[in-house]
Design a protein around this ligand. Structure first.
Ligand code: MN
Length: 502
């Protein structure tokens, strides 16, 4: 399907009927003229690529300057027109966004150096203006759509990079839809055999489930109306292919698709949080829930901000169905992530203390290590550990939520709260029980750190189980200082009168 400029305008007008699209029209004409005569590797006119990226972003409800910058994003690099001319025509903000993309685009490293450098720049760009990353992700998505036209080794590199860097970042920004789309496009290039296998076994199962869900939906609609709940919408949603495959490959599923209950899940969107819980009650009065499958991400959001209630029930004819309940606001947030609020943000930076700025606080953490860790391999290790694996969330005795990587211990918690707390830590309680400092924390745990002001240095043995870079680097540097003093002390002792040199 060829992207069409009128489609872009239509989407913008649906999101905001008052929107002034004059500048968008000008940007499109400017880019089309600059790229005139250029073709993509697929043989299409070049302008289809920036236009496709802009259309994807308009669907995520980003602000107009982001759309304008998306239309212009390849102009400085691929045409004779300079960034300065963009600045003269479209202003500083658009020029900064386009400049940000250009900087991300030119990488001189190869191998692990290249990978680490890539990540460093991504995080730096996010911290300066996260909209640069929205454009970069949409750019990548559009490139994946025409990946077939490239030579095999390039396909593989781009697809792998997508799974390893771009999709996890989209996920960390709470952009569920974009993450799933990126993964599904890269999937067949990186794991062609698994992809063929899955697309062969999937279709009948999916179709069966969709027909069945229609029945479930009717019963549910009736019961909700009886209880005076007007759902905004009730619809089936299909799982993305790559995440489905990841799940099937886990040992507990062992490639058995009959064990998967949420290939198609039922999603109920209601007007407010009270209705969410009321709906959960109605669902459970109709059908018995499976034990251990009720997840209240409204009371305890996921680290990326995701909110929803999930439950899995034995529905009609004893079939197992996953049901997700959320408000419209939570829904938009889950699909579009931080772009959902972007229209209300000024100058590319969220207000300090706002929910959005908290969502981005991990970026600043990662940037701090960039200064501390010069070695690329170590930097990568730290990032992989901190940003990409599953996170857990635990509580302070005051009820503050602390976000830590999986496998974290009370030591990590202590250093996360404050360096001094880590330095003086002598013990810990989890849920009011005394535990060893090497105990692995679980989501939902309440942690209290016992400190002793007389304790001056952390125990180097803590390195055996400290997980976060923050804790590890502080323990290490403190141990180094200790070694230095010990050595100095030994030397000093040797110099003291009446003592023999060692
Ligand atoms: Mn591009």
């Amino acid at each position: 399907m060829k992207p069409d400029f009128q489609e872009l305008i239509k989407i913008i007008k649906v999101n905001d009927p008052q929107a002034d699209t004059t500048m968008i029209q000008l940007a499109f004409e400017f880019a089309a003229k600059a790229h005139e005569g250029q073709l993509r590797k697929s043989g299409e006119p070049y302008i289809n690529h920036p236009l496709g990226a802009a259309i994807y972003l308009a669907n995520l409800k980003v602000d107009n300057n982001t759309i304008i910058a998306a239309l212009l994003h390849d102009v400085p690099e691929e045409t004779k027109i300079t960034l300065k001319e963009i600045k003269n025509n479209f202003g500083d903000e658009v020029a900064n966004l386009v400049g940000g993309i250009t900087k991300l685009g030119t990488l001189k490293y190869r191998g692990i150096e290249r990978y680490a450098e890539n990540l460093r720049r991504m995080f730096l760009a996010i911290s300066q203006d996260v909209r640069v990353i929205f454009i970069k992700l949409a750019d990548r998505l559009n490139n994946l759509q025409t990946l077939n036209a490239l030579p095999h080794n390039k396909q593989l590199r781009i697809a792998k990079e997508t799974l390893e860097i771009y999709a996890p970042i989209a996920n960390r920004l709470g952009m569920g839809q974009l993450k799933g789309d990126l993964e599904d496009l890269a999937f067949p290039f990186v794991y062609p055999d698994d992809y063929k296998w899955l697309t062969k076994i999937l279709p009948t199962k999916k179709q069966e489930q969709e027909i069945y869900l229609e029945d479930v939906k009717k019963i549910l609609d009736k019961e909700l109306t009886k209880n005076n709940i007007q759902p905004v919408s009730v619809h089936g949603r299909a799982k993305h292919l790559y995440s489905l495959c990841q799940k099937l490959l886990r040992p507990e599923y062992n490639r058995d698709i009959s064990k998967i209950y949420d290939i198609v899940a039922l999603r109920i969107i209601v007007k407010d949080i009270a209705d969410c819980y009321a709906t959960l009650g109605i669902v459970h009065s109709l059908w018995k829930p499976l034990p251990g499958r009720i997840k209240d991400y409204i009371a305890q959001p996921k680290p990326n901000g995701y909110q929803s209630i999930h439950t899995t029930v034995w529905a009609e004819r004893e079939h197992i169905v996953e049901i997700q309940i959320r408000t419209q606001e939570m829904h938009e947030e889950a699909e579009y992530g931080i772009t959902a609020h972007w229209q209300y943000v000024e100058k590319g930076k969220p207000q300090e203390g706002s929910r959005l700025s908290k969502q981005l606080s991990w970026v600043n953490e990662v940037l701090k290590w960039q200064k501390e860790i010069k070695d690329s391999e170590k930097y990568l290790e730290a990032i992989k550990l901190e940003v990409f694996p599953t996170r857990i969330f635990v509580f302070t005795p005051n009820g503050d939520v602390i976000d830590l990587p999986e496998g974290a211990t009370p030591i990590d918690f202590a250093f996360h709260i404050h360096t001094d707390i880590g330095m003086h830590c002598v013990g810990a309680k989890i849920n009011e029980q005394l535990v060893g400092l090497d105990t692995v924390l679980k989501s939902g745990d309440m942690i209290e750190i016992i400190i002793d002001k007389h304790r001056k240095t952390p125990n180097p043995d803590w390195l055996k189980f400290a997980k976060t870079s923050a804790a590890r680097s502080k323990i290490k540097s403190s141990a180094k200082i200790q070694d230095y003093f010990n050595e100095a002390w030994e030397t000093a002792k040797g110099l003291m009168p009446g003592r023999k040199k060692k």
